[in-house]
Ligand binder design. Structure first.
Ligand code: BGC
Length: 838
């Protein structure tokens, strides 16, 4: 693969790898996205041209194993891509039936353009060169366009061009869901428009009644002019196609431009979708005009969102690919769409487009570059607070219980049965008992508030969410007379391999450490949140939520007495009873199966259960070190009434890392983060694995069904915050850069409380440019040195990078523990005054 840091490129056509390319070459704009399937392809064993609308869900019922099961899917919308050609009477373009003389595909990340260049020879021996360009417009979210350039190299004659809108599609992108009812669209209208070069297709989802209109205008150009063409339109209920025929001479190039508008009944500012789509295609300019405004929109996004790493083009390209796909899933166009961020992007049908706790890995990047998008994703959650209250009520609990998987309405969308493709058995899926998702939402609210100081958000929405989530935890925690503590029973932590005790028939585990610490965090934050809200609003909220001081005091009492289980030597246990599980023969399983990341499926197929073993799919206890600094964690854990010595962190990391299969792509992100300071080489290996998760499809087939957005955004955040050691606390901005040896420098802008801070980290210095009007923090700590941070200044801190990484200045003590240690507050460095150059 070429190492242009702005381009993902492929040479040659590879049927076996095509579905992966399609996912990775998806184009989207935060409103809708379309997989990078070839224009001339149809859904078959090689291709899957899917188009998905942000928030475009529909429910269907299936009878399965004697049960009626309702699933909500992100609907595959009518395919707007079809565009093909043939010499009149010859073969339509088909990569599997033609000779391919040349084939190159490029995804231009900077400009958001997907290109294909190919030369083919058909059955009659005609050689034709083709060049495709495609955009999904970033500025005009309802528009997309394709340009196909046809050059007959060895022949002259009549050529036929076919262009279509295909509403016959179903959701068939994920093999294991094939037994489920997947027909979501009902046709409404298919016809030629008043303008004969335009077609219209209207369909409606058959349960949620989202009406979708697509209009496509197809024009041809030769030497800049529109030649005369014969045009025939074929109409079926759910399909409309046009065939254009004209004469073409050998060596001439014909440009075909297909401009598509997609509107739905969820859009604002329109009368109805069909009319809006027809108007948009009528008014759209030529491909080059659309391209210019599209590229400009991307440039603005990159100006805010790019992260530059020195001298590692592959890492650079992958980080950009990750930012690119994040911004194609959620962008400024998502704001006001009432859409959340699906774990698998808008890139495929895995997990049915549902929204999980993965936001926890995604929002930090957005907080620092596109806080208005982060806000809009939090509002997606706020609008579902009534449903979360209902879920809590139905479970006999108070407050708000957010669903593990969320879709259209905020009800629980987790599946109840799960197919193990290895054994062919449907087994119960208990993942919905991952109550920790609510804590992740609370943390996201708090981080957004910390990073933006958006008091309006906190007062109108954020504080209410935090309080309701705290109420949920307070009602779930039960007093245990025997231990004199509160227990949280019957839950799952992030590690999805453990959903029950092997000695019990009932799903759920007790006192999952991650859940309990997070619950304590929520209860404490909820107790203080109203102190940050404007006083009049504070009073309003107290009345609206009937919040009394005794209730808040009760949260403090529970937070101070939640149970935290430990195993040998002070290591936090994943849950109560973890020490009774058996050790797995890791080497034996690796030798037997090679790839064991889905140990759960392997063991179930063997008639065993992963619940019996000390084996994790992903970080669970270690999530605590990922989310909190050691100082914060010590504060939280001592606040729960336990001793916590940060010296135990490295042993804890080793303990769980040795027992983790990384069956979730999130896992390597977390492990790399927690090792960033203590074991740079291992951290880099894990980061490399996380970077390769999707581009190399390291799980062997999952990326084709949708990218892993949590891991994608998580890697970018790992470089942005993890490796810079970036933290804001009290009135201090802390930096403790610790790049892997392979990355020689890092350059990025970060928005904090509405102001852009610029960071340039190179081999021998850290440079921080503070904008005019900077509201604070007013101090900066680089490693262990503290300095003033004033608006309008550029500060330079000399540092040395020797072989393995940063060497602290001689007078500073090395803070290379697993996570950052508590800073020495207020200490001024003896030497090293920053070189001010404002
Ligand atoms: C992981 C979860 C994650 C989900 C969606 C699962 O494989 O175990 O933590 O939320 O994928 O990405």
């Amino acid at each position: 693969m070429a190492e242009n840091p702005w381009v993902l490129s492929y040479d040659g056509f590879d049927p076996a790898g095509e579905s992966l390319r399609e996912a990775l070459c998806t184009l989207g704009n935060g409103y809708f996205a379309t997989r990078g399937a070839a224009e001339e392809s149809e859904a078959d064993e090689v291709h899957y041209p899917g188009t998905y609308l942000a928030g475009g869900y529909n429910r269907r019922v299936t009878d399965l194993s004697g049960r009626s099961i309702e699933n909500e899917d992100l609907v595959n919308l009518p395919n707007w891509l079809p565009l093909s050609f043939r010499p009149e009477g010859g073969d339509w373009l088909n990569l599997r039936r033609m000779g391919i003389l040349d084939y190159r595909q490029r995804l231009d990340l900077k400009r958001g353009v997907l290109e294909r260049h190919l030369r083919v020879t058909d059955g009659a021996g005609h050689v034709t060169a083709l060049a495709f360009r495609r955009i999904v417009h970033m500025r005009h979210p309802n528009l997309a366009a394709i340009e196909m350039r046809i050059t007959p190299e060895t022949w002259s004659g009549r050529v036929e061009v076919a262009s279509a809108l295909d509403g016959r599609v179903i959701n068939a992108g994920v093999e294991r869901y094939r037994e489920l009812n997947s027909k979501h669209l009902a046709p409404l209208e298919a016809r030629e428009a008043e303008e004969p070069d335009t077609m219209l297709l209207v369909a409606e989802t058959n349960q949620s009644h989202i009406r979708i209109a697509q209009a496509a205008r197809t024009r041809v150009y030769r030497d800049g002019a529109e030649p005369a063409v014969e045009r025939v339109t074929d109409v079926e209920d759910d399909h409309v196609a046009q065939t254009l025929t004209l004469e073409l001479q050998r060596g001439e190039t014909l440009s075909v431009e297909k401009t598509v508008a997609l509107f739905t009944s969820r859009d604002r500012g329109i009368s109805e979708p069909a009319q809006a789509a027809l108007r948009a295609t009528r008014e759209a300019g030529r491909f080059e005009d659309l391209l210019a405004t599209h590229v400009q929109a991307w440039q603005l996004l990159w100006d805010r969102g790019d992260i530059v790493v020195d001298r590692h083009p592959r890492t650079q390209m992958i980080l950009r690919l990750h930012v690119f796909h994040l911004l194609q899933t959620v962008s400024p166009n998502t704001i006001d769409q009432d859409a959340g961020v699906p774990a698998r992007g808008l890139h495929g049908e895995a997990y049915r487009g549902h929204i999980f706790w993965d936001e926890l890995f995604i929002l930090p990047y957005l907080d620092f570059h596109f806080p208005e998008i982060a806000r809009s994703l939090l509002l997606y959650r706020y609008r579902r607070l009534p449903d979360a209250r209902r879920l809590a009520r139905e479970a006999g609990l108070a407050g708000a219980k957010f669903p593990w998987q969320s879709g259209s309405s905020g009800r629980e969308e987790s599946q109840v049965l799960h197919l193990n493709p290895r054994s062919g058995r449907w087994t119960p899926d208990n993942s919905h008992i991952q109550r920790h998702v609510g804590a992740a939402i609370a943390l996201n609210v708090w981080r957004y508030w910390q990073s933006t100081c958006d008091r309006d958000f906190l007062g109108q929405y954020g504080a209410e969410m935090l309080i309701e989530i705290a109420r949920f935890w307070a009602s779930l925690a039960k007093w245990n007379d025997a231990t004199g503590r509160y227990d949280i029973r019957g839950v799952m932590g992030p590690d999805e391999f453990h959903d029950a005790y092997p000695w019990s028939d009932v799903p759920g585990l007790d006192n999952n450490a991650y859940t309990n610490v997070l619950a304590a965090w929520v209860l404490r934050r909820a107790g203080e949140v109203l102190g940050h809200v404007e006083p009049v609003r504070r009073k309003e909220l107290e009345r609206l939520l009937a919040l009394e001081p005794e209730e808040v005091a009760g949260w403090g009492r529970i937070a101070g007495k939640l149970t935290l289980p430990f195993i040998d030597g002070g290591i936090i246990a994943q849950f109560e009873g973890y020490d009774r599980l058996e050790e797995l023969d890791w080497d034996g399983y690796r030798a037997k199966y090679g790839d064991i990341h889905r140990l759960d499926r392997i063991l179930e197929a063997e008639g065993d259960s992963v619940n019996r073993y000390k084996a994790s799919k992903q970080a669970d206890v270690l999530m605590l070190f990922y989310l909190f600094s050691s100082a914060e964690l010590r504060d939280l854990i001592t606040g729960m009434g336990y001793d916590f010595d940060p010296q135990v962190i490295p042993r804890t990391v080793d303990y769980y890392l040795a027992r983790t299969s990384h069956g979730s792509t999130l896992s390597r992100v977390v492990h790399s983060w927690v090792l960033a300071r203590s074991d740079r080489a291992r951290s880099w290996e894990l980061l490399k694995g996380a970077l390769e998760s999707d581009i190399s499809d390291i799980q062997g087939g999952t990326t084709a069904e949708g990218i892993h957005l949590g891991a994608m955004a998580g890697t970018v955040d790992l470089v942005q915050r993890g490796q810079t050691g970036l933290e804001f606390y009290d009135d201090t901005l802390a930096l403790s850069p610790c790049l892997p040896q392979e990355l020689q420098g890092l350059h990025l802008g970060l928005m904090h409380r509405g102001h852009w801070l610029r960071l340039d980290i190179s081999c021998d210095e850290v440079r921080v440019a503070v904008p005019v009007g900077w509201p604070g923090p007013h101090r900066i700590r680089v490693r262990n040195e503290v300095h003033d941070l004033a608006a309008g200044e550029e500060l330079r801190f000399p540092c040395q990078l020797h072989g393995g990484g940063w060497r602290p200045a001689p007078e500073a003590s090395p803070p290379d523990t697993a996570v950052t240690t508590e800073p020495e507050r207020g200490k001024r460095s003896a030497g090293g005054t920053p070189t001010g150059s404002s």
